[in-house]
Design a protein around this ligand. Structure first.
Ligand SMILES: Cc1ncc(COP(=O)(O)OP(=O)(O)O)c(N)n1
Ligand SMILES: Cc1nc(C(=O)O)sc1CCOP(=O)(O)O
Ligand SMILES: [Mg+2]
Length: 225
């Protein structure tokens, strides 16, 4: 019998293909720009797209990610992740619990969970999550987040102790992503800084390179900020 193979979450830049940022630009065009810039992991975040359109968009974006060799996760919607053949899902407090997402998607799916601190990261691990999204690291206008800004030091403290790979989110931009990476975090999630750029692909290239530079520094000095 074959053992199920779950993809690993690529390290580095994690992009959000988000319908709340620059809503006039179709998701498929956002995804095309993000992938042209070399995005290796993409979360499709649809908060304002009606269900049938969301399913069509998910199928299109997942197919584009698979052609490009990128991992595609659907935000919130386990049903859409299943129907579109996504690699997995990202869930938070207002979504299905991680255990139920895992039960529906199976052992080959990636499941990410939003956390606000270390205790929640430990609980996410116990619930079968593969990684945690930890934020908000910095202030953001993309979403009203019901939690205080962690700042780099607060974020780094959780990264050091987390039992799961951490993806930092919230206000991550070109000017701060290298410092974020220097905490030793597995990834940095970016929505507006990539999607509001005139040239999305070029911005993604710069963001990914800046993360990698910061991570390189972290590995040289042991990961402390
Ligand atoms: C990588 C990552 N981390 C956290 C979140 C936030 O998820 P959630 O708390 O479910 O909030 P919404 O994104 O659904 O508004 C995320 N999406 N991605
Ligand atoms: C969707 C989301 N979740 C957050 C959290 O902290 O849970 S912050 C956030 C917004 C991320 O967008 P931007 O890169 O534009 O700040
Ligand atoms: Mg959610």
């Amino acid at each position: 019998m074959n053992t199920p193979v779950r993809p690993s979450l690529p390290r580095g830049l994690y992009v959000l293909c988000d319908d709340t940022v620059r809503p006039e630009l179709p998701l498929r065009e956002k995804a095309a720009g993000l992938l042209a810039g070399g995005a290796r992991v993409m979360q499709l975040r649809m908060k304002r797209t009606p269900p049938r359109e969301a399913l069509a968009a998910a199928r299109e974006v997942v197919a584009a990610c698979r052609r490009a060799g990128a991992v595609c996760l659907v935000n919130d919607r386990v049903d859409l992740a299943l129907l579109s053949g996504a690699h997995g899902v990202h869930v938070g407090d207002e979504d299905l619990p991680a255990e139920e997402a895992r039960a529906l998607l199976g052992p080959e799916a990636l499941v990410g969970v939003t956390v606000r601190g270390l205790e929640e990261a430990r609980a996410a691990r116990a619930a079968g999550a593969d990684y945690v999204g930890l934020g908000p690291v910095f202030g953001t206008t993309t979403k009203q987040v019901p939690a205080p800004v962690l700042g780099l030091e607060g974020f780094a403290a959780v990264v050091r102790a987390s039992p799961l790979p951490v993806v930092g989110i919230g206000g991550v931009k070109l000017e701060n992503i290298a410092s974020l990476a220097a905490t030793g975090t597995h990834g940095g999630a970016v929505a507006s800084d990539a999607l509001l750029a005139e040239d999305i692909a070029e911005r993604v290239r710069h963001l990914a390179a800046a993360f990698d530079r910061g991570a390189q520094g972290a590995s040289l000095v042991g990961g402390d900020v």
